[in-house]
Write a protein that binds this ligand. Structure first.
Ligand SMILES: Nc1nc2c(ncn2[C@@H]2O[C@H](COP(=O)(O)OP(=O)(O)O)[C@@H](O)[C@H]2O)c(=O)[nH]1
Ligand SMILES: [Mg+2]
Length: 223
């Protein structure tokens, strides 16, 4: 593909992403684009978040995957509205897919919409969906050097959740080194350390997210 074709694709995506963002803002729904490599713990973090926000914050979930509805079925068990998107091979979600998925939600009855993007540290960062927050997970098992190798996602995210802290000490993951690296790349990045397995750190993350949802809704007094 030549450069002009690629720019056309990005421009078209951005236009729909802006429309999604406007719709979500009007409805007072904080959309969170959750990105990470396969197996980092996206679905586990969503599950842990839903457990903690139950009865407090109304959360909907979009599950993006190349194939299958395995994650959507797991999340549906929490009794929240879930829509599965299968990209049929594409390595990321795009704004048109989200636009179609939004039609399946009663947006006025949601506070937060968590979008689990396709497992990948590269492409998802290049396609805006209309989200108000970009969140990413890095798991301890992946190594602390990943921000250097995949800088776009780390520099464009608002929040980084470092998952699988129960594995610290089993390998050579250096949390201080990771924090130094991401601070250099993205000084405003908020960092949480959690273990979806033990539950450690999840209360702090869920409270922070709920607060962001309230803040977002507060900026939309008509909702
Ligand atoms: N040890 C450990 N394993 C975890 C943790 N969080 C998730 N996992 C496991 O990692 C695997 C992938 O998790 P999943 O949530 O499906 O990741 P996703 O592909 O990013 O959605 C599963 O086997 C989880 O049980 C954690 O905090 N610690
Ligand atoms: Mg998943």
């Amino acid at each position: 593909m030549d450069v002009e074709v690629l720019e056309g694709i990005f421009d078209a995506n951005e236009k729909i992403a802006r429309e999604n963002a406007t719709l979500l803002r009007e409805r007072g729904v904080l959309a969170v684009n959750l990105m990470a490599s396969p197996g980092a713990g996206k679905t586990s973090l969503i599950a842990g978040t839903l457990e903690r926000l139950k009865g407090r914050t109304r959360v909907g979930v979009i599950e993006g995957d190349i194939a299958s509805s395995v994650d959507a079925e797991k999340i549906r068990a929490y009794g929240v509205p879930v829509v599965q998107i299968n990209t049929g091979g594409a390595c990321h979600l795009d704004a048109v897919m989200i636009r179609q998925a939004l039609d399946h939600f009663d947006l006025s009855s949601l506070d937060i919409l968590i979008i689990e993007n396709v497992g990948n540290l590269v492409c998802p960062a290049e396609f805006k969906l209309g989200e108000a927050m970009r969140a990413m997970i890095l798991s301890v098992a992946e190594g602390h050097d990943k921000p250097l190798k995949y800088p776009l996602m780390f520099s464009e995210s608002d929040v980084l959740v470092v998952n699988k802290t129960d594995l610290l000490g089993l390998g050579d993951f250096d949390m201080e080194e990771l924090r130094r690296t991401v601070k250099r790349m993205n000084p405003d990045l908020v960092v949480f350390e959690v273990s979806c397995r033990s539950g450690e750190g999840l209360d702090a993350w869920a409270d922070w997210l709920a607060g962001k949802g309230e803040e977002f809704r507060g900026r939309n007094p008509e909702t």
